[in-house]
Design a protein around this ligand. Sequence first.
Ligand code: FER
Length: 325
Amino acid sequence: MKRTLSACFAALLVTMSAMAQTGDSEFEKTIKQIQPIPDAIRQPAGKQGKIEEFFYTAHSNGKTLKKHARVYLPYGYDASNKKTRYDVLYLMHGGGDKTTSFLTPPQDWLPLRQVLDHLIADGKMRPIIVVTPTFYDDDENIGSNGMNDGIARTRNFHTELQHDLIPAVETAYNTFLEGTDSMAITRSRSHRAYGGFSMGALSTWFQLAYGVNAVKYFLPLSGDLWIHNDKGERQDAKTAAIWLNEQLAKSPYGNDFEVYGYTGTKDIAGNPQKNLVEALSKNAPLFRYNKANANLRFEMKEGGQHFYGHINEYLYWALPLIYAK
Ligand code: FER
């Protein structure tokens, strides 16, 4: 992952302040440990999906942008067979990264496409379509103002998702979207998931806060929720949890969502995300954590670090929970 020094430094300061809030050991005991993935997943699967470039037009801040995303189509996907429809998972990259980061060439780290191919071929999940967009204008222009620009872009991406990307990509492929207006998007929300890594996890929390009408399943992967007061000061986990609950309470769908959070103990986001989940479990009544009808799940990998190789392992465990056959 390419990251600017200043972004790393800012994230480190955030982490240190988050660590200053000491966790509660009763809560720590509830955190499930992420197991290693089977070795076979590290080899290419026999039946492989394919990856396409998808082009669409986005309208943001009065600008019209030609954008693209990558699309993973599962093995056997047949464009002419309109009767077989697929759920769609959107996955957002981290700060300084791009549309190729999740669906990267195999030599870089455990590739997500391999995880998807195996899960589908082994019958552990039904076939789905995965879309990897960018919150930047394109893969070359990664924003003007480092971290602040990234935070603003992740906060706003839900608008582009709803107005530009979902209507474009879900009518181009065989999905459950019928029509392109907001009612059609809401009607098909249980066939849609949104997740992301690091700054992409931040965009996932914001999607939950502002766009729960469009998406039912959320996968924040190594990232917590950054909200700021009027003076631009970062707020603590409890304040973020209460804010998120307030946003959800405004939506008729604020009681119909599921969050699957994952991170690692050696991850820069490990403690911040743990603190956020703990704060949600204690201060945000719309979240049910560690209960039979839980809608907030959280697991940590011992030694897990802040990079796609581990994130893609987490998806190996998470996706079958959402897409059980
Ligand atoms: C976090 C830790 C690090 C987080 C984001 C980062 C949103 C991002 C770091 C970077 O882009 O350098 O908890 O949550």
